[in-house]
Every structure is written in C-alpha cells, then in structure tokens.
Design a protein around this ligand. Structure first.
Ligand code: AVJ
Length: 317
C-alpha cells in the first residue's frame, strides 16, 4: 500500500476550519459546514444513526448493493479502478468487491486520515490482488487523482452524501469529478428519494436522541479544534422537512442569549436564534437525472428498492 502526497497538515486544517466557522457564524443567517460533523465522536454518532430503525437510508442502500454489484459485474468487463469519495469505514466497498472480478485499483478518499489508513490496511489484507491507494483529502475540494495505471475509472459516492450539497454545489461537484475521472468513466451514486414527509421527519428526529447528539457534537468539534467555548447543552436540535426546497434542514437553536468566543472573536446569539448546520436534499429519479445531465453524466442504470425509499444510479461520462 502506498501513501499519498495530498495530505493537508494539521495547522492548515485548523486555520481552514476556523475560517469556515467564523465565515458561517458572522452571516445574518448563521450556518456551519456540515462536513465538520465528522470528528471521531461524530463518526461514531453517525454509525449509531445508521443502526436506528428510523434512519432508513443506510440500511436500504446496504441491502441493495449486493444486487447492484452483481449487475455491475456484467457491465464492467475490462480492468477498472474504483475511486470512492468520502470512503469512511470501507463497509460498502466490500459488498462491491466481493462480486466484481475486474477491479485492479481502489482509491478511497477521506478527510479522516488515521481512520482511513487503518481501514485500508485491513481491506488490503482481505483483498491481496487489489491495490489499495488511500488518499487523505477533503473530497469537496477539486483535486487531481494520483497517477495510476491508465485504467477506466468508476467513481463511487454512496450514502446520499450528494444530498448535503445544494443543487448548485452538487452540479459543481459532479462536473469536477467528471473532469478528474475522465472520459469513459462511470459513476455509481446513492441518492435518497422524496417520500412521505413524516418518514423523512422521523429519520432526522429519532426517539433516542442520537441525531440530536450528532448535531450538537459539531460544537464540541469546534471547541476542540478552534479553541471555542460553546456549551452544546445551550443549543436545541431542530430538524424538519422543507418541501419547497426538497430537503431536510438541521438547525441548532440557542436556548438563551449568550456569547461564545472562537479563536479571538466573540459571537453573540439571541434567545431562539438558529445556526443552520445541515441540508439533506431528496430527489425523485427524474430530478436527479436532470441534475446529473447538466454535469455531463448520462443515465446507464437505476436501481430502486421495492418501497422506493432509496435510489442507486450508474451514470456514464
Ligand atoms: C451522511 C449526509 C447522508 O444527510 O442523511 C444523518 C447525514 N444527518 N442524520 C444524511 C445525517 C443527520 C446523512 N448523510
């Protein structure tokens, strides 16, 4: 296994983090980038969310992947390289690799470098014929891929992570990876569907309060990395489906008037003021195909589960 030359230093990460946080909190509508949910505590909360009955996206996609992999194996005949964006614990890729015969390289990209390298070591041992080439990077930033053999590339972007981008950001991201994956590439992408709003609501308002803890934890992450003094208990979790925008919105609402110091700045919150922490867009298959088409990706196949709770698309460049 090789290591990559793209890693950012801790100091870079901290200063970019502080800049993003202050940028977001100095706007009239306060917001925070949702990618900062995922420190190691936040990743653990997310894993817990995925085991909740109310949170259907994870388990639905997981249950679809063996079928998807079987179909994919008859489509991908030549040697291929898979590039996964935001690879996490490398659970989903195993369901593909178990059935795909022609994958030579696997390039997982994730911002959590230590976690990624450990998971990549284990995967490499399980699949000795495969070359695993982990890259520690923020996949939301356009970046060149490492030079490997000139194999056609399959991008893999599961979990409806695309839903965290606005449609404009999603279009930008999809165009960028279309560029970096190159001609003759394909993209396998998981997208949450539009459905009964009460089902959506419950998925982000679980009865155990795990999503609430996940939402508040972004403040702990900011405290630790940016030297801030947020009291997470002074903020309430608030999540709802916005049908006009077609998205779940998550917010943190200040339960009292308070001031918070971040780096060398003070940020004031009035009682009831909100911080917008996440969007999670939902798409009908036609809406998503139209968005993909504006980014240079064409429909090759669509998989939906029986209840149409989740969709997986194979797109071609
Ligand atoms: C990992 C971004 C797909 O939007 O459903 C879960 C994150 N937020 N519960 C989602 C999340 C609250 C999740 N994604």
């Amino acid at each position: 296994m090789q290591t990559s030359q793209f890693a950012v230093t801790e100091g870079d990460f901290r200063s970019l983090f502080i800049r993003d946080v202050l940028d977001g909190l100095q706007q009239p509508q306060k917001s925070l980038p949702s990618k900062y949910f995922y420190d190691s505590q936040g990743s653990q909360y997310f894993d817990q969310i995925c085991s909740l009955n109310e949170y259907y996206p994870y388990r639905t996609e997981l249950s679809m992947l063996p079928d998807v992999a079987r179909d994919l194996n008859s489509i991908l005949q030549d040697p291929w390289e898979i590039v996964e964006f935001g690879a996490g614990s490398l659970v989903k890729i195993r369901l593909l690799l178990q059935q795909l015969d022609n994958i030579e390289h696997y390039v997982p990209i994730d911002i959590a470098g230590d976690h990624l390298r450990q998971a990549s070591d284990r995967l490499q041992q399980e699949f000795p014929q495969l070359t695993v080439l982990p890259i520690e990077a923020d996949f939301t930033q356009p970046a060149p891929l490492p030079e490997t053999l000139p194999l056609p590339k399959l991008g893999f972007f599961p979990g409806s992570t695309i839903g965290n981008f606005s449609p404009e950001q999603a279009q930008f991201f999809l165009s960028n990876i279309r560029q970096s994956l190159g001609d003759h590439s394909r993209l396998l992408i998981g997208v949450d569907t539009k459905k009964d709003p009460s089902v959506l609501h419950n998925a982000y308002n679980d009865s155990m309060g795990v999503t609430a803890a996940f939402n508040r934890n972004i403040l702990n992450h900011i405290n630790r990395i940016c030297g801030a003094d947020f009291d997470p208990q002074a903020f309430a979790h608030y999540a709802f489906y916005n049908p006009v925008a077609g998205r779940i919105e998550m917010h943190l609402i200040s339960t009292l008037a308070q001031q918070v110091s971040i780096d060398d700045q003070m940020i004031a919150f009035s009682e009831g003021e909100n911080i917008h922490t996440e969007n999670s867009y939902k798409y009908t298959p036609d809406e998503f195909l139209a968005l993909a088409a504006t980014s240079g990706w064409e429909r090759e196949r669509i998989w939906l589960d029986k209840a149409q709770m989740f969709s997986v698309f194979l797109l071609s460049a």
